[in-house]
Design a protein around this ligand. Structure first.
Ligand SMILES: CC(C)(COP(=O)(O)OP(=O)(O)OC[C@H]1O[C@@H](n2cnc3c(N)ncnc32)[C@H](O)[C@@H]1OP(=O)(O)O)[C@@H](O)C(=O)NCCC(=O)NCCS
Length: 272
């Protein structure tokens, strides 16, 4: 009888010390250290090699590497990047802060920029209501197909279907009070949708999906939605982050800044 090959299952790596160090570094300057909310990186730490960059006293940055796939480089310093200090090794995708992109950019064909903004406390009146419209929480037990329909109607690119959206409600960062509709009172139907998540161990909330149906844009509904979300999130965590494409014709960074988000951090994704 042919012998079966024994499956080799690698023992999980202990990532706890990397997690502690990354958490401490991230809290000092979230938008310069990572291009995404911290929990998303922590969730895949098993597959990432972490190399911390330090000056004489403390860690100032981190290089995260998924061999053969991905490199993420973020640091609090603004010292010019020595190209030799980042080994590309043919890696197909790199995420890097705007301050360091120049020496690496020539090696990649596709380049896309993303702003990353942070909200650390309201000085603005957060509740703004547009007459004729109301805010209501999404019923995530029955309304996920409608969530999928609205997302589909708001973007030209493919959007997640109901099954994928259902997985978001199972994650530890799921925050049912931060899934909001804007309802057209007369037609009694949703015309805008906002979804945010909260990572309580980090103290971070993130706006994940913000959109208004095309026919209802520029009426102030995006502002109403984002301010309501921030108002709710501020009761739970000290800071909220948001990211989006710089080259979005809807200019969402303008909307977020109007709602109290700030920052100048831009991340580039470079692809071969
Ligand atoms: C981005 C989006 C949510 C804005 O919603 P909205 O209801 O139109 O926003 P508001 O009416 O509250 O307008 C907010 C500010 O943005 C400005 N704005 C709205 N649409 C704009 C556009 N197409 N270009 C430039 N500025 C725009 C408004 O003038 C307003 O600024 P002001 O008050 O200083 O004049 C909406 O365009 C949308 O759903 N886009 C598609 C999905 C998307 O890209 N989401 C963002 C992902 S990061």
């Amino acid at each position: 009888m042919p012998r079966r090959k024994a499956a080799v299952i690698a023992a999980p790596r202990d990532t706890s010390s990397d997690e502690v160090a990354l958490r401490a570094l991230y809290r000092k300057d979230p938008s310069r250290i990572l291009p995404n909310p911290l929990w998303k990186t922590i969730a895949r730490l098993q597959s990432l090699e972490c190399r911390f960059i330090a000056d004489s006293t403390q860690a100032t940055g981190v290089e995260l590497r998924e061999p053969g796939k991905l490199l993420i480089y973020g640091t609090r310093t603004q010292d010019p990047l020595k190209t030799a200090s980042v080994k590309l090794d043919g890696v197909p995708t790199v995420w890097i802060h705007n301050d360091f992109v120049a020496p690496l950019a020539p090696w990649f064909d596709l380049k896309e920029a993303f702003f990353r903004l942070i909200h650390t406390g309201s000085e603005l009146p957060l509740h703004v209501m547009v007459p004729g419209y109301a805010i209501r929480e999404v019923d995530t037990t029955t309304e996920l197909p409608l969530v999928a329909t609205i997302l589909h109607a708001c973007y030209d690119t493919p959007t997640p279907g109901t099954d994928e959206i259902a997985t978001w409600t199972k994650r530890p960062v799921f925050e049912p009070h931060a899934w909001l509709w804007v309802i057209d009172r007369k037609a009694k139907r949703p015309v805008a949708l906002g979804i945010a998540e909260t990572d309580r161990p980090t103290g971070e909330a993130s706006l994940e999906w913000i959109q208004v149906l095309p026919a209802f844009r520029s009426l102030g509904l995006g502002t109403m939605l984002v301010r309501e979300l921030v108002y709710r999130l501020e009761q739970k965590v000290p800071f909220t982050t948001v990211a989006g494409q710089v080259k979005n014709p809807c200019e969402p960074d303008h909307l977020f800044r109007r709602c109290g988000f700030a920052g100048r951090d831009v991340w580039w994704v470079l692809r071969r």
